[in-house]
Design a protein around this ligand. Structure first.
Ligand SMILES: *Cc1c(COP(=O)(O)O)cnc(C)c1O
Length: 275
Protein backbone atom coordinates (compact mmCIF):
# COMPACT_ATOMS: atom_id res chain seq x y z
CA UNK A 1 0.00 0.00 0.00
CA UNK A 2 1.53 3.28 -1.11
CA UNK A 3 1.55 6.37 1.04
CA UNK A 4 -0.04 8.29 -1.86
CA UNK A 5 -2.94 5.85 -2.01
CA UNK A 6 -3.54 6.14 1.73
CA UNK A 7 -3.48 9.93 1.41
CA UNK A 8 -5.89 9.78 -1.51
CA UNK A 9 -8.32 7.61 0.45
CA UNK A 10 -8.06 9.84 3.51
CA UNK A 11 -8.90 12.94 1.47
CA UNK A 12 -11.77 11.23 -0.35
CA UNK A 13 -13.21 9.88 2.90
CA UNK A 14 -13.08 13.32 4.51
CA UNK A 15 -14.91 14.75 1.49
CA UNK A 16 -17.61 12.11 1.57
CA UNK A 17 -18.06 12.53 5.32
CA UNK A 18 -18.38 16.29 4.82
CA UNK A 19 -21.01 15.74 2.12
CA UNK A 20 -22.92 13.40 4.43
CA UNK A 21 -22.74 15.86 7.31
CA UNK A 22 -23.96 18.65 5.05
CA UNK A 23 -26.83 16.55 3.72
CA UNK A 24 -27.84 15.47 7.22
CA UNK A 25 -27.75 19.05 8.48
CA UNK A 26 -29.83 20.24 5.52
CA UNK A 27 -32.38 17.53 6.28
CA UNK A 28 -32.38 18.26 10.01
CA UNK A 29 -31.10 14.77 10.73
CA UNK A 30 -28.29 13.43 12.91
CA UNK A 31 -25.42 12.27 10.71
CA UNK A 32 -24.71 9.32 12.98
CA UNK A 33 -28.02 7.72 12.05
CA UNK A 34 -26.72 7.31 8.47
CA UNK A 35 -24.28 4.49 7.86
CA UNK A 36 -21.51 5.02 5.32
CA UNK A 37 -20.96 1.83 3.41
CA UNK A 38 -17.69 1.84 1.44
CA UNK A 39 -18.30 -0.09 -1.78
CA UNK A 40 -14.93 -1.66 -2.53
CA UNK A 41 -15.82 -3.85 -5.52
CA UNK A 42 -12.93 -3.98 -8.03
CA UNK A 43 -10.54 -2.57 -5.42
CA UNK A 44 -7.97 -4.61 -3.50
CA UNK A 45 -7.93 -5.78 0.10
CA UNK A 46 -5.24 -3.17 0.82
CA UNK A 47 -7.77 -0.41 0.18
CA UNK A 48 -10.17 -2.04 2.65
CA UNK A 49 -7.41 -2.18 5.24
CA UNK A 50 -6.54 1.49 4.66
CA UNK A 51 -10.18 2.59 4.92
CA UNK A 52 -10.57 0.49 8.06
CA UNK A 53 -7.59 2.27 9.57
CA UNK A 54 -9.34 5.56 8.70
CA UNK A 55 -12.42 4.47 10.62
CA UNK A 56 -14.63 2.60 8.12
CA UNK A 57 -16.22 -0.59 9.43
CA UNK A 58 -18.79 -1.43 6.75
CA UNK A 59 -17.81 -2.55 3.26
CA UNK A 60 -19.93 -3.39 0.23
CA UNK A 61 -19.19 -5.85 -2.54
CA UNK A 62 -21.25 -6.85 -5.55
CA UNK A 63 -19.79 -10.12 -6.83
CA UNK A 64 -19.63 -13.23 -4.70
CA UNK A 65 -16.38 -14.63 -6.06
CA UNK A 66 -14.40 -11.43 -5.68
CA UNK A 67 -15.93 -10.74 -2.29
CA UNK A 68 -15.32 -14.12 -0.69
CA UNK A 69 -11.66 -13.93 -1.69
CA UNK A 70 -11.28 -10.35 -0.44
CA UNK A 71 -13.03 -11.05 2.86
CA UNK A 72 -10.54 -13.84 3.53
CA UNK A 73 -7.59 -11.63 2.54
CA UNK A 74 -8.71 -8.81 4.81
CA UNK A 75 -9.31 -11.23 7.70
CA UNK A 76 -5.78 -12.57 7.29
CA UNK A 77 -4.37 -9.02 7.38
CA UNK A 78 -6.35 -7.41 10.20
CA UNK A 79 -8.84 -9.93 11.55
CA UNK A 80 -12.57 -9.62 11.09
CA UNK A 81 -13.89 -8.62 14.50
CA UNK A 82 -15.16 -5.13 13.76
CA UNK A 83 -15.94 -5.35 10.04
CA UNK A 84 -19.35 -5.91 8.51
CA UNK A 85 -19.52 -7.01 4.89
CA UNK A 86 -22.54 -6.13 2.76
CA UNK A 87 -23.52 -7.84 -0.46
CA UNK A 88 -25.01 -5.04 -2.58
CA UNK A 89 -25.07 -6.75 -6.00
CA UNK A 90 -27.61 -9.12 -7.43
CA UNK A 91 -27.45 -12.59 -5.96
CA UNK A 92 -27.77 -15.73 -8.03
CA UNK A 93 -29.56 -18.41 -6.05
CA UNK A 94 -26.67 -20.83 -6.58
CA UNK A 95 -24.42 -18.32 -4.80
CA UNK A 96 -26.62 -18.08 -1.70
CA UNK A 97 -24.56 -20.60 0.19
CA UNK A 98 -21.31 -18.76 -0.42
CA UNK A 99 -22.82 -15.34 0.29
CA UNK A 100 -24.16 -16.64 3.63
CA UNK A 101 -20.60 -17.55 4.58
CA UNK A 102 -19.06 -14.10 4.17
CA UNK A 103 -21.82 -11.47 4.20
CA UNK A 104 -23.39 -9.94 7.29
CA UNK A 105 -25.97 -8.13 5.16
CA UNK A 106 -27.58 -8.67 1.74
CA UNK A 107 -29.15 -5.59 0.11
CA UNK A 108 -30.59 -6.86 -3.13
CA UNK A 109 -33.16 -9.50 -2.27
CA UNK A 110 -36.11 -9.36 -4.61
CA UNK A 111 -37.81 -12.76 -4.84
CA UNK A 112 -39.33 -15.35 -2.53
CA UNK A 113 -37.11 -18.00 -4.08
CA UNK A 114 -34.04 -16.00 -3.16
CA UNK A 115 -35.37 -15.43 0.37
CA UNK A 116 -35.74 -19.17 0.81
CA UNK A 117 -32.33 -19.94 -0.67
CA UNK A 118 -30.65 -17.38 1.61
CA UNK A 119 -32.60 -18.58 4.63
CA UNK A 120 -31.51 -22.18 4.06
CA UNK A 121 -27.93 -21.09 3.41
CA UNK A 122 -27.76 -18.88 6.50
CA UNK A 123 -29.27 -21.63 8.68
CA UNK A 124 -26.69 -24.07 7.38
CA UNK A 125 -23.86 -21.59 8.02
CA UNK A 126 -25.18 -21.04 11.56
CA UNK A 127 -25.31 -24.81 12.13
CA UNK A 128 -21.73 -25.19 10.97
CA UNK A 129 -20.43 -22.28 13.00
CA UNK A 130 -19.61 -20.31 9.84
CA UNK A 131 -21.70 -17.43 11.09
CA UNK A 132 -23.03 -16.49 14.51
CA UNK A 133 -26.04 -14.33 13.71
CA UNK A 134 -28.81 -14.39 11.09
CA UNK A 135 -28.19 -12.68 7.74
CA UNK A 136 -29.62 -9.16 7.59
CA UNK A 137 -31.65 -8.72 4.41
CA UNK A 138 -33.07 -5.76 2.53
CA UNK A 139 -35.99 -6.03 0.13
CA UNK A 140 -34.96 -4.33 -3.11
CA UNK A 141 -37.65 -2.31 -4.81
CA UNK A 142 -37.62 -1.11 -8.41
CA UNK A 143 -38.49 2.56 -8.83
CA UNK A 144 -39.31 2.34 -12.53
CA UNK A 145 -41.05 -1.02 -12.60
CA UNK A 146 -38.34 -2.58 -14.76
CA UNK A 147 -37.86 -5.68 -12.65
CA UNK A 148 -35.30 -7.12 -15.07
CA UNK A 149 -32.82 -4.69 -13.51
CA UNK A 150 -33.58 -5.97 -10.03
CA UNK A 151 -36.15 -5.17 -7.38
CA UNK A 152 -39.88 -5.59 -6.98
CA UNK A 153 -41.96 -2.87 -8.67
CA UNK A 154 -42.56 -0.17 -6.06
CA UNK A 155 -46.22 -0.06 -7.12
CA UNK A 156 -46.69 -3.81 -6.57
CA UNK A 157 -47.33 -3.31 -2.87
CA UNK A 158 -48.88 -6.73 -2.29
CA UNK A 159 -45.76 -8.43 -3.62
CA UNK A 160 -43.51 -6.15 -1.57
CA UNK A 161 -45.51 -7.04 1.55
CA UNK A 162 -45.23 -10.72 0.73
CA UNK A 163 -41.45 -10.46 0.27
CA UNK A 164 -40.96 -8.51 3.49
CA UNK A 165 -43.15 -10.96 5.45
CA UNK A 166 -41.15 -13.91 4.12
CA UNK A 167 -37.93 -12.25 5.29
CA UNK A 168 -39.43 -11.43 8.67
CA UNK A 169 -40.51 -15.04 9.16
CA UNK A 170 -37.31 -16.74 7.96
CA UNK A 171 -35.34 -17.98 10.99
CA UNK A 172 -31.98 -17.63 9.24
CA UNK A 173 -32.67 -14.02 8.24
CA UNK A 174 -33.38 -10.69 9.87
CA UNK A 175 -35.57 -8.30 7.88
CA UNK A 176 -33.61 -5.04 7.85
CA UNK A 177 -35.50 -2.72 5.50
CA UNK A 178 -35.80 -1.54 1.91
CA UNK A 179 -33.17 -0.82 -0.72
CA UNK A 180 -33.34 0.79 -4.15
CA UNK A 181 -31.22 2.15 -6.97
CA UNK A 182 -32.81 4.99 -8.96
CA UNK A 183 -33.38 4.32 -12.66
CA UNK A 184 -30.76 5.62 -15.10
CA UNK A 185 -31.47 9.24 -15.91
CA UNK A 186 -34.15 9.58 -13.26
CA UNK A 187 -34.37 12.66 -11.06
CA UNK A 188 -32.98 11.32 -7.76
CA UNK A 189 -35.12 13.65 -5.72
CA UNK A 190 -38.41 12.34 -7.04
CA UNK A 191 -37.17 8.73 -7.20
CA UNK A 192 -36.11 8.81 -3.53
CA UNK A 193 -39.30 10.62 -2.54
CA UNK A 194 -41.28 7.70 -3.94
CA UNK A 195 -38.97 5.26 -2.16
CA UNK A 196 -39.39 7.08 1.14
CA UNK A 197 -43.17 6.90 0.80
CA UNK A 198 -42.96 3.14 0.29
CA UNK A 199 -40.53 2.79 3.18
CA UNK A 200 -43.01 4.59 5.44
CA UNK A 201 -45.85 2.36 4.23
CA UNK A 202 -43.89 -0.81 5.02
CA UNK A 203 -42.55 0.63 8.29
CA UNK A 204 -46.11 1.10 9.56
CA UNK A 205 -46.50 -2.69 9.59
CA UNK A 206 -43.39 -3.47 11.63
CA UNK A 207 -42.48 -2.66 15.24
CA UNK A 208 -38.71 -2.57 14.66
CA UNK A 209 -37.10 0.42 13.00
CA UNK A 210 -36.56 -0.44 9.34
CA UNK A 211 -33.55 0.86 7.50
CA UNK A 212 -33.45 2.45 4.08
CA UNK A 213 -30.47 1.65 1.86
CA UNK A 214 -30.33 4.44 -0.71
CA UNK A 215 -27.85 6.83 -2.21
CA UNK A 216 -24.54 6.36 -4.02
CA UNK A 217 -21.66 8.66 -4.99
CA UNK A 218 -23.77 10.81 -7.30
CA UNK A 219 -26.98 11.13 -5.36
CA UNK A 220 -26.34 10.65 -1.66
CA UNK A 221 -27.64 14.13 -0.75
CA UNK A 222 -31.05 13.41 -2.27
CA UNK A 223 -31.15 10.03 -0.53
CA UNK A 224 -30.34 11.52 2.87
CA UNK A 225 -33.01 14.16 2.31
CA UNK A 226 -35.50 11.32 1.83
CA UNK A 227 -34.61 9.26 4.85
CA UNK A 228 -31.72 7.03 3.79
CA UNK A 229 -30.06 5.29 6.73
CA UNK A 230 -27.32 3.67 4.64
CA UNK A 231 -25.50 5.25 1.70
CA UNK A 232 -23.47 2.94 -0.53
CA UNK A 233 -20.48 4.89 -1.81
CA UNK A 234 -17.90 3.52 -4.23
CA UNK A 235 -16.48 5.95 -6.79
CA UNK A 236 -16.39 9.03 -4.54
CA UNK A 237 -14.22 7.13 -2.06
CA UNK A 238 -12.09 4.83 -4.18
CA UNK A 239 -12.02 6.39 -7.64
CA UNK A 240 -13.31 5.08 -10.96
CA UNK A 241 -13.65 1.38 -11.38
CA UNK A 242 -11.95 -0.33 -14.33
CA UNK A 243 -14.09 -1.08 -17.35
CA UNK A 244 -13.78 -4.83 -17.08
CA UNK A 245 -13.52 -7.17 -14.19
CA UNK A 246 -9.95 -8.01 -13.30
CA UNK A 247 -9.35 -11.74 -13.52
CA UNK A 248 -7.13 -12.00 -10.48
CA UNK A 249 -5.67 -8.78 -9.15
CA UNK A 250 -8.02 -5.82 -8.97
CA UNK A 251 -6.60 -2.65 -10.46
CA UNK A 252 -6.05 -0.14 -7.73
CA UNK A 253 -6.90 2.92 -9.72
CA UNK A 254 -7.64 3.72 -13.32
CA UNK A 255 -8.92 7.25 -13.62
CA UNK A 256 -9.12 7.09 -17.42
CA UNK A 257 -11.72 4.37 -17.62
CA UNK A 258 -15.38 4.56 -16.92
CA UNK A 259 -17.79 2.66 -14.80
CA UNK A 260 -18.35 -0.99 -15.44
CA UNK A 261 -22.03 -1.67 -15.77
CA UNK A 262 -21.76 -5.36 -15.33
CA UNK A 263 -19.44 -8.17 -14.55
CA UNK A 264 -17.46 -10.14 -17.05
CA UNK A 265 -18.27 -13.14 -14.91
CA UNK A 266 -21.25 -14.52 -16.79
CA UNK A 267 -22.59 -16.31 -13.76
CA UNK A 268 -23.16 -13.10 -11.84
CA UNK A 269 -24.33 -9.64 -12.60
CA UNK A 270 -22.91 -6.59 -10.96
CA UNK A 271 -24.13 -3.10 -10.36
CA UNK A 272 -27.03 -2.12 -12.56
CA UNK A 273 -25.62 1.30 -13.19
CA UNK A 274 -23.64 4.16 -11.84
CA UNK A 275 -25.18 6.49 -9.35
C1 LIG B 1 -21.34 -0.18 -7.22
C2 LIG B 1 -22.55 0.07 -6.40
C3 LIG B 1 -22.64 1.21 -5.60
C4 LIG B 1 -21.58 2.29 -5.56
O1 LIG B 1 -21.78 3.14 -6.64
P1 LIG B 1 -20.91 4.50 -6.82
O2 LIG B 1 -21.68 5.26 -7.82
O3 LIG B 1 -19.58 4.07 -7.31
O4 LIG B 1 -20.86 5.15 -5.50
C5 LIG B 1 -23.78 1.37 -4.83
N1 LIG B 1 -24.77 0.46 -4.85
C6 LIG B 1 -24.72 -0.65 -5.60
C7 LIG B 1 -25.84 -1.60 -5.57
C8 LIG B 1 -23.61 -0.87 -6.41
O5 LIG B 1 -23.57 -1.97 -7.18
Amino acid sequence: MSVEREQQLAVALAEVRARLAGAAAAAGRAVDEIELLAVTKFFPADDVVALHRLGCHAFGESRDQEASRKVAEVAALIGSADIRWHMVGRIQRNKARSVAQWAHVAHSVDSLKLVHALDRAAAEALDHGLRTVPLDVFAQVSLDGDESRGGVDVDATARIDELCAAMEQAPGLRFAGLMAIPPIGADPDSAFARLQQEHQRVQSKYPQRLELSAGMSGDLEAAVKHGSTCVRVGTALLGSRPLTSPAVTPVTRSPQTTESLGSTDKTESSSPHKG
